[in-house]
Design a protein around this ligand. Sequence first.
Ligand code: MN
Length: 374
Amino acid sequence: MTSLGLIESVRTTLVDLPLARPHRFRDTTMVTQTVLLVRVRTDDGVVGAGEGAVPGGPWWSGESVETMKLIVDHYLAPLVVGGELSRLPALRARMDRLVAANEFAKCALETALWDAWARILGVPLASLLGGRFRDTIPVTWAIGADDPDVVVEEALAKAESGHASIKLKMGAQPPDADVARLEKIAASLAPKTSVRVDLNGAWDLLTATRLLPRLQDAGVDLVEQPSPAHDVDALERLAALLRIPVMADESLRTDHDALVLAARRAADVFSLKIGKSGGLLAAQRIAAVAHAAGIPCHGGTGIESGLGTLAGAQLMCTLPAVTYGSELFGPLLMADDLLAEPLDYRDGLLHLPDGPGLGIDLDEDRIAHYARGP
Ligand code: MN
């Protein structure tokens, strides 16, 4: 009989990974990416790994890698140690009953449980999640809120190498100056590749109503989260106003959010992320709502390393609703990774590995090298 996967221990490690270049968000610039590595060991000695990552600090959701570590060490780990991986959804429900919010922390631990369970069963995680719908997923290249010449040069090189779309961060400048910057960029890029922008909720409804049509006219073909997370009214009006799709990111965390956004047609595309939603099970439920509503999903990123990226990719490749590609480019932004071999990015696509669990093993030397000291 297959092992039930009795969980013996949970270990967490903060790992500071170097970036290939700085990544500029609305209010902060990321120069290294710290991730929380969570490892779960079973009584049979099987180890599963998961990752917690946020895009450069607690500005996105309130969580940071340090809060994740504390929540996992002190509150979530004791809930799963002694439990069985064969009862993963029950373990995951227990986390929600005893710890509110802290979705990124829960995702990191849940991913480690999935990886360990899939390794015990000897199957790739995608098989455990229902099987593959696709073998590869397109990867949008994302660029920070930088000057036009910097952005255009990098974007054209990435488009040339096969990335079918480019996503640009906005919101770091006053709105009018930011739009003028984007118009300059789009004039060079939009004829050659798909250009998308992410405002991370920077504009109120009035500003967005005034300026988004200019981005649309400049050739931008998707706008992500123009207005604050809580302002579903604004998203609904903007989705009705624009010909180009509006994608919900910060406004979409729970399956309940998905239901509200879908019922109000307040988003044309959903950005699906395992981290912000608390793991793969929750993301599956959101994708089911999207599927029912006929809303395409996009595989978003919190700029995870290869480990977290694989967790997202294993899920996204099982979901028919993910028809809008992904931005699973985190490992390409990093100068090094924790995996024994790099992910398979070719021609703008991420190819899913075939190995058991997440599909690629960790590199202990690299982990030791980048691990943050006590
Ligand atoms: Mn976003």
